[in-house]
Ligand binder design. Structure first.
Ligand code: FAD
Length: 337
């Protein structure tokens, strides 16, 4: 029987998650992943990878909760397995602190992480400028390990990969269905002018004594201990496409983080990194139909996760798989999927 040819564009955490879901769930499909950049050169590779999310304005909350929960449960099962160090997934406990009490004291994911609670006055004494805090245990997924791990899992499921830039969807004429996970690349590939960059600069420091994460509720200052050093940050510069390091940003990060965690004074900076968050008012996760060299081809778009792509990748991949099934059913109603 002829196999349906599916192509996934993008080798970041969103693309590889979708590719694994489709390849493992739909044996009637042959799945190829095409991307210009692979690990360690994607945006996903430099993300701190903490599971945490802000709320998107126009996506039903139930759907956002499902994305978060599916991702959390998937990564938690990895964290509890012998695969954890190879996959770069670990549990991470800490707190988010606020100068003023936020309008929403309990975020939508409060019930989905572990042990979410408000901090006591005694705990907050460490942070004299902050009046409110939330303590919880979440997960940290380090894509420098997780992407190669997903890559191997994809190959084991029969997938194939190709490294090349796709300048237009016409170049994918040989495929029956396209899953577009090209992040910022969707600006040109999907002709989507609403996709933009939010620049982020982070530093990696050697500070093995720091065991708990601290995040300022302003979203700009954070200290996330990881498997190999702590990631400290950061910046959120809208519509800034510079990939070069900015030494003023470096100085600002160090100053703000030392204020939260004075012991960082003794930490050695190991590396510095800049990434561009593939941002949009809401992520785009929907079916579409495009004309590819005169033929109508279904596309499932899955991009624009901004600062929360690692957090949402698996949940969105599960949703994307559902949309792939629906699209295949529409083009081939007799197909057994
Ligand atoms: P990418 O990783 O950018 O991958 C895009 C892929 O598409 C690449 O393989 C690229 O080569 C390919 N591509 C694009 N265009 C084309 C084309 N025309 N042809 C072929 N291939 C193409 N998220 C969290 O959840 N938690 C965090 O703690 C966190 N911290 C972050 C810290 C910083 C400083 C930054 C910058 C981001 C952070 N993020 C975090 C956000 C996260 O990194 C992104 O949301 C996520 O990496 C997006 O994944 P992606 O697969 O969509 O994009």
């Amino acid at each position: 029987m002829k196999r349906v040819k599916v192509v996934v564009v993008g080798a970041g955490v969103v693309g590889f998650s979708a590719a694994v879901c489709v390849a493992e769930s739909l044996p009637s499909c042959s799945v190829t992943l095409v991307a210009e950049k692979f690990s360690p050169d994607t945006t996903s590779d430099g993300a701190a990878g903490i599971l945490f999310a802000a709320q998107f304005p126009d996506i039903p909350l139930q759907r956002q909760k499902r994305w978060f929960k599916d991702s959390f449960d998937h990564l938690l099962s990895i964290a509890h397995s012998a695969e954890a160090p190879r996959a770069g997934v670990m549990l991470s406990s800490g707190c988010q602190i606020f100068k003023d009490v936020p309008a929403v004291r309990r975020p939508f994911w409060g019930d989905l992480v572990i042990g979410f609670r408000e901090m006591s006055e005694r705990e907050l004494r460490r942070f004299p400028e902050h009046t409110f805090g939330q303590a919880f245990t979440t997960l940290k997924c380090e894509c420098v390990s997780y992407l190669p791990w997903l890559h191997s899992r994809f190959l084991r499921a029969g997938g194939t990969v190709e490294q090349r830039r796709v300048s237009s969807l016409d170049e994918l004429a040989g495929f029956d269905l396209i899953v577009n996970c090209s992040g910022l690349g969707s600006k040109t590939l999907a002709n989507d002018t609403s996709v933009h960059s939010v620049r982020g600069q982070v530093l990696k420091v050697h500070a093995p004594w720091i065991q708990h994460f601290t995040r300022d509720g302003d979203g700009k200052t954070y200290i996330y201990p990881g498997i190999d050093g702590a990631t400290i940050g950061g910046t959120r510069q809208e519509h800034d496409w510079r990939l070069e390091l900015d030494e003023e940003d470096t100085a600002g990060i160090l100053e703000r983080c030392k204020k939260l965690e004075p012991s960082l004074e003794n930490a050695k900076v190991v590396s510095k990194w800049v990434g561009l968050r593939p941002s949009r008012k809401n992520p785009r996760l929907e079916k579409d139909m495009v004309r590819v060299k005169g033929r109508k081809v279904p596309v499932v778009h899955n991009y624009g996760h901004g600062g929360w792509g690692v957090t949402l990748a698996w949940g969105c991949a599960v949703d994307a798989l559902g949309l792939v099934r629906e699209s295949l059913q529409e083009i081939s109603p007799q197909a057994k999927l």
